[in-house]
Design a protein around this ligand. Structure first.
Ligand code: FES
Length: 94
């Protein structure tokens, strides 16, 4: 079943099931922080306001209470997330 991602102060969308949350946000042109994309650095962290995710690989980085690492998780339900610094869109060169 498809799940919905709701970004606080942003918008909602339905990502493709096989994508990690980070990949799904990138497909929607959300400007996301990341470095390792493998659960090591913790830079892709967002706040999980509501819902559940499953980790596709066990993250190594410390994950504070209420946060998730978007590079290595997929949706388990509809989720509401808050992106640190707000939801910014990628700028494209014209
Ligand atoms: S990008 Fe490094 S933990 Fe997600």
């Amino acid at each position: 079943m498809a799940h919905i991602v709701k970004i606080l102060e942003g918008f909602s969308f339905i990502p493709r099931k096989e994508l990690t949350l980070l990949e799904a946000l990138e497909q929607e042109n959300v400007d996301m922080e990341y470095q390792c994309r493998e659960g090591f650095c913790g830079s892709c962290q967002v706040t999980l306001v509501d819902g559940e995710v499953t980790y596709t690989t066990d993250p190594i980085a410390f994950i504070p209470e209420g946060k998730i690492l978007t590079c290595c998780c997929q949706l388990n339900s509809d989720v509401t997330i808050e992106i640190p610094g707000g939801c910014k869109m990628k700028k494209h060169d014209l």
